[in-house]
Write a protein that binds this ligand. Sequence first.
Ligand SMILES: Cc1ncc(COP(=O)(O)O)c(C=O)c1O
Length: 342
Amino acid sequence: MTEVVDPVEALARQLARHPREPLADSPTPLRAAPRLSEDLGQEVWVKRDDLTGFGLGGNKVRKLEFLLGRARADGCDTIVTFGALQSNHARQTAAACAAGGLRCELILTRAVPRSGEAFEHGGNLALDHLFGATVTVVDDDDDAIAAAIGTLHERIDARGGVARWVPPGGSDAVGTLGYVAAGVELAEQITASGLTVDDVVVAASTGGTYAGLLTGLRLSGIGSRLHGICVYRDAEHTRDAVEGLLVGVADLLGTSPVSFDEILLDDAHLGAGYGLPSPGTLDAMRLFARTEALVLDPVYTGKAAEALVARVRAGTLGPGVTVFVHTGGAPALGAYPDLDLA
Ligand SMILES: Cc1ncc(COP(=O)(O)O)c(C=O)c1O
């Protein structure tokens, strides 16, 4: 007789085959947001991935569990990664390396057209230094980045180091495993709570968070629509990244990729571009803060919240519960002292 394996059990077994360093305080809470719900006239719950805890928390901690697990299994002593000057991913990588006894090299680009003391030295960047990372700041052009990579290769080779080069946002198939695990976690919480969740809203930048969540939710039998709110590139480019990650992560898990028809991306809230909040972003930040004391950021979660509010107003969400995935980002807030949040 063939053994009947529950698909959720099978997924858990597949995830457990991958080396993982415990970093996140998980499961993170799935909490009701009653005052926000009342204000919007839509029941909203919040998945608090801002509370992953480690290194001031956020979504990248989940990816880093698998990225560092794999790097260590491969004998690496250094993690190199990339981001914009105020990258949350860079800060969380620096934190994970500090606690894990690995060297951390960050190549940070001036991708956001902002300047000033706070933006160029404060926020996440100050924390990168605090966690002991080596930071190289370059202009956001291919030649400058290539030159920095070349110099870094030489430096690492000269000391006989073994580096793992992690892409921006930790979004390769291995990092995406972290959000598959988060999707499974959210699915368990939805099932245990008995909620009917029609819609889930999350910020999408390099796509790993979105691709992992979609995979974890679907493989756990949860069919809620997952709306990825583009904050970095337009929907077409973001879709390319998500599709590649859906295939890559399915490969690692030995499953078929989630159908590409399930991908829902919305780039209507990009505003003037990555890292540049619009008035609607700030309105959403104020609303979440003043109803639920939720601290959003102007780059990622503020824009995702802006999209959620717009969808409620347009009447395009289902009648059931909407889950807002709070992916963190508040440590960057101090780098934006000029934002009018009053
Ligand atoms: C706070 C926050 N939310 C969301 C994201 C988007 O995650 P992803 O790059 O996996 O799409 C990021 C990525 O940097 C982030 O820092």
